[in-house]
Design a protein around this ligand. Structure first.
Ligand code: XMP
Length: 322
């Protein structure tokens, strides 16, 4: 059973919501310290600004460099928030995350590995170091719904799964956006003054590119999917699609390169029409667009000999592959 009640977009008064949340964060944290992780997505960006307005320098904002993010992401995010007067500290946690993912191929085990690396190893240490008692995070209504339905364990669901963060990790979690779906969060981000490139940004999963690698997640395999992601985003950002992504498959297939057999990698492209990620259908991309994607990916991403397009709806597919 969901403990929180959804605020539907038609019932949302953004200004009032923002005012309420700032007051709520201020009253919970009191004179103490809070920390939060900013990934540059719309949820964590909105939470960062809410927290900053409520707590100013009593909020410490970190960008966790887990090695799983898109190209140039840490620098871009830090530069953007500097403009809002929010200092962002980059924490190098690549060792912890790749260590937690080593040898794991099962999707739910991967998600568990990420959750534990994030909340226990990385944040556990940061909390002790900073002496903060609260972690602010951008969990939304859909995250909880899908986790409780047993579809996917979203990386940020804790309390709703019966995890006592105070007991297990040593801090409490505050989730100001938990009653909103993505469209509501976008509205809040816009009214908070964030730029369109943030409030309109396609969703990106918490486990980052590891949600797009089938089989073991290694830094080499992340590098492959990162390069393919960049091409997919460049080619599809002008579509009106809800989300578009590249997935690296585990199986290899026979291809030909320079007249020789090349037992190479496969990339699957997905592009979704959806309102709130709950259900979705594949975007009817033109064949020319698909061919251009295949051409660029096989030319620019080392080792790839095959590109496919997912034509399945959600359900039974899900948006990410893991
Ligand atoms: P799925 O793959 O479950 O994704 O159809 C639904 C939406 O959620 C995003 N997603 C996540 N977001 N933590 C997040 O914050 C996660 O663990 C996670 N997994 C998937 C996904 O990109 C899509 O928009």
């Amino acid at each position: 059973m969901l403990k929180v009640k959804e605020i539907k977009i038609e019932d949302l008064n953004p200004k009032e919501f923002i005012k309420e949340k700032i007051e709520e964060i201020f009253s919970i944290v009191g004179g103490g310290l809070a920390i939060n992780a900013l990934s540059g997505g719309v949820d964590s960006s909105a939470v960062t600004l809410l927290g900053h307005r409520a707590l100013r320098e009593r909020l410490k904002t970190y960008f966790i460099e887990n090695g799983l993010m898109r190209q140039d992401e840490p620098q871009k995010v830090v530069a953007l928030f500097k403009k809002f007067g929010v200092p962002v500290i980059i924490v190098d946690a690549r060792k912890e995350f790749f260590g937690a993912l080593k040898g794991i191929t099962d999707p739910e085990e991967k998600r568990e590995g990420i959750t534990s690396a994030f909340y226990k190893d990385v944040f556990g240490k940061l909390v002790i170091k900073s002496k903060a008692k609260y972690l602010l995070q951008g969990t939304n209504y859909t995250d909880i719904e899908e986790t409780l339905a047993g579809i996917k364990r979203q990386h940020n669901i804790l309390e709703q799964l019966g995890i006592d963060t105070q007991k297990q990790y040593g801090y409490k979690v505050i989730e100001p956006l938990v009653r909103l779906r993505k469209t509501g969060v976008r509205k809040i981000a816009e009214v908070l003054g964030l730029p369109k490139e943030i409030y309109n940004r396609p969703p990106f999963p918490g486990p980052a590119l590891s949600a797009r690698v089938i089989g073991e997640v290694t830094s080499e395999r992340i590098d492959t999917v990162r390069k393919a992601t960049k091409i997919v985003e460049e080619e599809l950002c002008r579509t009106k699609a809800f989300q578009y992504l590249a997935i690296l498959h585990e199986d290899r297939v026979t291809g030909i390169r320079d007249g020789k057999r090349d037992f190479g990698l496969q990339i699957e492209v997905r592009c979704w029409d959806s309102k709130d990620a709950k259900v979705g259908s594949p975007t009817k991309l033109s064949f020319g667009t698909l061919q251009k994607l295949a051409g660029r990916i096989t030319k620019e991403v080392p080792g790839v000999v095959s590109v496919t397009y997912n034509i399945t709806a959600k359900p039974p597919s899900t948006i990410e592959a893991v």
